[in-house]
Design a protein around this ligand. Structure first.
Ligand SMILES: [Fe+2]
Ligand SMILES: [Fe+2]
Length: 162
């Protein structure tokens, strides 16, 4: 049996992962509306990944005989000033999610909950990757934004994400 604090934090994280999916869907829609199809595709896939993160937490709660409680999901921002803003939002959001994961790690550590620490190690690695990817996207966008041809090629490359 997991400590109630851990179950509550897992349920909170499920909500935040679903919010992440929702946020990335809003970004995908924004890019689709701006005809940046590659960016739209990339963020649609990212939204699916976030949904999978929520699923991992739901399975973990169930596998430990506890209950998943779904709350309401906050509405994401639906409009952006320019195509670079969603990339900045993504960088900040992934840092925030890393902080959330670290908080669960901290509590699991205090409780000597080694099972949860082991479960969370996947998310620690995943967040390192997600932050790097978000930073790289923003940095590359800043390089290419002034050259329409390079921006076109960048968008094509984003389209190839499988
Ligand atoms: Fe996530
Ligand atoms: Fe993420």
């Amino acid at each position: 049996m997991l400590d109630k604090k851990i179950i509550d934090l897992c349920n909170h994280q499920i909500n935040k992962e679903l919010y992440s999916a929702y946020l990335y869907l809003s970004i995908a829609n924004y890019y689709a509306e701006k005809n940046l199809e590659g960016f739209a595709h990339w963020f649609n896939l990212q939204a699916k990944e976030e949904y999978e993160h929520a699923e991992k937490f739901m399975n973990y709660v169930h596998d430990n005989g506890s209950e998943v409680i779904l709350g309401s999901i906050e509405a994401p921002k639906n409009d952006y000033n320019d195509p670079i803003e969603p990339l900045k939002v993504t960088v900040e959001h992934e840092k925030y999610v890393t902080d959330l994961i670290n908080e669960i790690v901290k509590v699991a550590h205090e409780l000597c909950d080694y099972r949860t620490l082991n479960f969370l190690s996947w998310f620690i690695n995943e967040q390192a990757e997600e932050e790097k990817t978000a930073n790289d996207l923003l940095a590359r966008y800043e390089i290419f934004v002034n050259d329409k041809k390079n921006l076109y090629l960048f968008d094509q490359e984003m389209k190839s994400r499988a």
